[in-house]
Design a protein. Structure first.
Lengths: 323, 328, 317
């Protein structure tokens, strides 16, 4: 029996107003998030993954604006909700954790206070109850000495601990959706492993759907059930994680995986992708990847491919693969 | 044959901001706590470790930017650790640095050409005409055009800025290049381009690299030898394949398990190293790693293991009491 | 903490001693002395009288010696006599000080009460019409000279409308609280209007800087609502630099008070310093100026203490 997705995003369109015109940072992005499952969103700088994530919570900074599409959380469109209603959802049914835990926490409040605050605002908890729950949550996310640590300020904690605090803050109301925007990029590799373990554990316990954004394919492969690859604002491929890494279909995905140095063995010169990501202000007509694509045909430079099904739960935006 | 760069028991400390009101309380943090290594000409030695392990401090000491508090540093057979500024200057030509942040390491007010020419100017190499020619050659060698030389750093992409930094490092014809996380800030598709470039330049010009990275897959790709650091000390060192396939120190093992690998499927929690890196090793008796280690014995709590070769392989050293008990 | 305070106290004493030397020297460099003033006001003083008077007052000795004498006396608490008022300096100071503190206190409170809300509102909606208006008013406040403003207020409220007194601290014959307050209104308004522009810009700037930070985004992501994020998360951080500046401003306001007090003939420290310098009243001027220095030093200390108190990342050293 198919499980209803808890979050459905359809044709999300986010643009930034610049002097050279509107830059479409995210163009027609659609995906679903299912309870208890993780969708990995991969891409390099400028691909639109962060902007997509921020738009889910209505946090796209000006001059950016969501220009179209739907974000349906259990049927309600977050994009059309009035501010107060959106505030009620944020932090409670849909939460987000960010990349830099040092700057993402308020330096003048204790970490316990910052976690407890979420409960006081969303669940009307009393100060004492909220504090106790915050300490318990800190313990749950693996912070040793939680009652004492709760009285610390962010700058007194290590990077790993701060990220655990962020996770505690995001999950304390047991949200349906957790968006993680490069949560481990700024962390050491052993700490990164701990945080990934923690996220998987909490997901098992709470059944939260996770949208995990990263530029690191290795990290994504270790945490995602399904993976979505973005390039220059578009989704170019989507597939279950295993199939994507074993047999990528889109030339960009193929190039990306091939170009990575491997820990298992040393290879010769890495097959690099020539050129660079196109400037979003001056996009070529046709497929955005065509300029760098080793398999580009004449028609690739003319038609912009759509994301089409390619069987087995996979979709690709490439006219060679899915015409 | 004499190694190009040799360190013996190098120590570098920094004062800790004490809590006392005035006057320091004399405590210092040992960023580099007795490190010895040899770097042979023509090889790439990778320094690996997490934050606070001392790799950056060690690199800066090797680059002659910091003077060691104790121990010996020698370059091309000559002792350099006690030298004064004037004597060090000609040596600086031979040792060059490439940094992690491609934007921060370039002067935003100079054109790319001026940036690349700067070391030549500082060391008084060549006439203006010769310098111009050299800059053009270097630009080509790193994949930039002559026209690019007139532009400013903010007009380039991250990968291109790193190419400028590399060209600048090559300008005075060094023999040793110390690269501190040179590709960590770059997109994956650009990272490979830069790694390929660094490999090519090394082969063409007979360079030696001291390469710092936290990314083990990058290290596997470019290094000949690896040194793993923890809390200011080298805990394991050896040829790259040995280290990756036959680690003889639990910390190395932990790093290898933690590094994300494509195709392994989802993580399994029991392999993960627990706990945080302590602030410094002072106050830990015995092996500094024992509080987090899962294979400790009695001696681990009492005596600090030395960095010593494993039985049967002179080139593979480990600072673990269990080094000879097989792969960890 | 007590070590920190002790350290600062020690520093303050050194600063005061140094300042006393400098001020004494500067005043000694000024042309003329009290005897010259006496001569101009009383043509019958002969040159022998002048010489005799100078010897009497010790004005013929070199300046270093005079300073030494003053210092010796000052250390024992004897700050000498005010020549103009013929009373010990320590008797003359307190009432003037009290007047100035009242004036400064009131205008500081008013300025804070206006600048914080205005700054916050402007920062919450940058580049909106409200923001532009606030900015315009702030610049007007900064640009307008205090004395001109004072005179303008006097013209409007005292002369044309006749509702507020033009100067002084109290009406002769009355001494009620309300009377004193009425006399404070115009000078306080002048001083406030002169400083509120700058303060508003500080608050706005600090808020804008804070609102750009990542933790504000996190707070919004937690669903706390704009108002709570603005007033609790943002303001608390913005207050750190603002408090520091306000505390440092205490010293500054003091000199602003000088102009205002003169315009309104308000007998505070500022006016007293002004009169004392012009009247060559060495002792009074010196001690009053030292007092101003002390206030600035205290302001600095308060700024550091406030900073350490508000920002948990800072510890006092």
């Amino acid at each position: 029996m198919p499980i209803d997705p808890v979050l459905r995003v359809r044709d999300l369109d986010v643009a930034f107003a610049t002097r050279d015109g509107a830059v479409r940072a995210a163009d027609g992005v659609s995906f679903d998030l299912t309870r208890g499952k993780t969708l990995g969103l991969v891409g390099e700088s400028g691909c639109g993954k962060s902007v997509t994530a921020l738009s889910l919570l209505g946090l796209v900074p000006p001059p950016g604006r969501v220009r179209g599409g739907e974000i349906l959380l259990d049927g309600r469109n977050l994009l059309t909700l009035p501010d107060k209603a959106l505030d009620a959802e944020r932090g409670r049914r849909i939460s987000m954790i960010f990349q830099e835990p040092m700057t993402a926490l308020n330096p003048v409040f204790t970490v316990g206070e910052q976690i407890a605050e979420v409960l006081r605002v969303h669940l009307d908890a009393t100060k004492a109850d909220a504090w106790d729950a915050a300490v318990a949550m800190m313990r749950r996310v693996g912070i040793a000495n939680a009652p004492a640590r709760a009285k610390s300020y962010p700058h007194q904690l290590s990077g790993g601990m701060r990220q655990r605090v962020m996770i505690a803050m995001a999950l304390i109301c047991k949200p349906d959706v957790l968006i993680a925007d490069e949560p481990t990029t700024a962390l050491d590799v052993t700490v990164q492993a701990q945080i990934l373990d923690l996220m998987l554990e909490m997901q098992q316990e709470l059944g939260t759907a996770i949208l995990f954004i990263s530029h690191d394919l290795g990290v994504v492969s270790e945490i995602a059930d399904e993976v979505m690859v973005m390039y220059a604002g578009r989704v170019v491929e989507r597939a279950p994680a295993d199939s994507l890494f074993e047999a990528p279909l889109h030339p960009y995905t193929i190039g990306l995986i091939r170009t990575l140095p491997r820990m298992e063995r040393r290879a010769g010169p890495l097959p690099a992708i020539p050129g660079a990501v196109p400037d979003l202000r001056t996009l070529p007509p046709g497929c955005r990847y065509a300029e760098r694509c080793p398999q580009a045909m004449e028609s690739c430079h003319q038609t912009d491919p759509e994301l089409k099904g390619a069987g087995y739960g996979r979709s690709v935006a490439c006219i060679r693969v899915a015409p | 044959m004499k190694p190009l760069l040799e360190a013996r028991d190098v120590v570098k400390t920094f004062p800790i901001a004490g809590n006392r009101l005035f006057g320091r309380d004399g405590r210092r943090t040992h960023a580099v706590d007795g490190v010895s290594f040899r770097l042979e000409a023509g090889e790439t030695l990778a320094l690996v470790g997490e934050s606070g392990c001392g790799k950056t401090t060690l690199a800066r000491t090797a680059a002659l930017l910091l003077a060691p508090d104790a121990g010996l540093l020698s370059f091309e057979g000559e002792t350099v650790s006690g030298l004064g500024r004037r004597d060090l200057k000609p040596l600086r030509r031979r040792i060059q640095l490439i940094y992690q942040d491609p934007f921060g390491s370039l002067n935003p007010r100079l054109t790319a050409g001026a940036i690349i020419a700067e070391p030549l100017v500082i060391h008084g190499l060549g006439t203006a005409e010769e310098r111009r020619k050299r800059v053009a050659d270097l630009a080509e060698a790193v994949g930039l055009t002559a026209g690019d030389m007139e532009r400013y750093p903010h007009q380039f992409s991250g990968g291109q800025r790193q190419r400028i930094a590399i060209a600048r490092a090559l300008a005075p014809e060094p023999c040793l290049i110390i690269a501190d996380e040179p590709v960590s800030a770059l997109d994956v598709s650009i990272q490979s381009q830069i790694l390929n470039l660094l490999g090519k330049l090394k082969r063409e010009r007979g360079l030696t690299y001291l390469f710092i990275s936290h990314d083990l897959s990058v290290v596997r790709h470019i290094a000949d030898r690896v040194a793993v650091m923890y809390l200011g000390r080298i805990v394991e060192t050896g040829p790259v394949d040995d280290i990756f396939e036959n680690p003889r120190h639990p910390y190395t093992r932990a790093l290898l398990s933690a590094a994300p690998v494509i195709g392994r499927g989802k993580r399994r929690a029991h392999e993960t190293l627990q706990g945080d890196v302590p602030d410094d090793a002072a106050g830990i008796e015995g092996c500094p790693f024992h509080p987090r280690c899962w294979i400790t014995r009695a001696e681990c709590f009492l005596t600090r293991p030395n960095l010593a070769p494993i039985v049967g392989d002179e080139r593979h050293l480990s600072a673990c009491h269990l080094r000879d008990e097989g792969r960890i | 903490m007590s070590r920190f305070l002790f350290h600062r106290l020690w520093q303050a004493l050194i600063v005061l001693a140094l300042m006393s030397f400098i001020i004494y020297g500067l005043m000694g460099l000024m042309p003329g002395d009290p005897i010259d003033l006496m001569i101009t006001s009383n043509p019958e003083i002969t040159s022998e009288d002048a010489t005799r008077l100078r010897t009497l007052y010790g004005l013929d000795k070199p300046i270093i010696e005079r300073y030494g004498n003053w210092l010796r006396a000052a250390v024992t608490g004897d700050f000498g006599y005010s020549r103009l008022q013929a009373r010990p300096v320590l008797e003359v100071l307190p009432p003037a000080l009290w007047n100035t503190l009242r004036l400064l206190g009131l205008s500081l409170v008013l300025s804070i009460a206006i600048s914080i809300p205005m700054g916050v509102l402007a920062a919450a909606r940058p580049y909106s019409k409200l923001d532009y208006t606030v900015n315009l008013l702030a610049f007007a406040g900064i640009s307008v000279p205090a004395f001109w403003l004072g005179l303008l207020l006097i013209i409007v409220f005292s002369v044309i409308l006749g509702v507020l007194p033009a100067g002084g601290t109290g009406t002769v014959g009355e001494s009620g609280f309300w009377d004193q307050l009425r006399h404070l209104i115009l000078p306080a308004a002048t001083l406030t209007l002169a400083s509120v522009g700058g303060h508003t810009r500080y608050v706005r700037g600090a808020m804008i800087e804070v609102l750009r930070q990542d933790y504000i985004r996190t707070a919004l992501a937690k669903g706390l609502g704009r108002r709570r994020v603005l007033l609790k998360h943002a303001l608390r951080n913005a207050m750190i630099p603002v408090t520091t500046i306000l505390a440092l401003d205490i010293g500054f306001l003091f000199s602003g008070a000088l102009v205002t007090e003169t315009v309104f003939a308000y007998p505070g420290m500022g006016k007293m310093i002004y009169d004392a310098i012009l009247g060559n009243d060495f002792n009074l001027a010196l001690v009053a100026l030292l007092f101003a220095t002390l206030l600035t030093v205290i302001g600095n200390l308060l700024a550091d203490l406030a900073y350490a108190w508000l920002d948990p990342r800072i510890s006092l050293r």
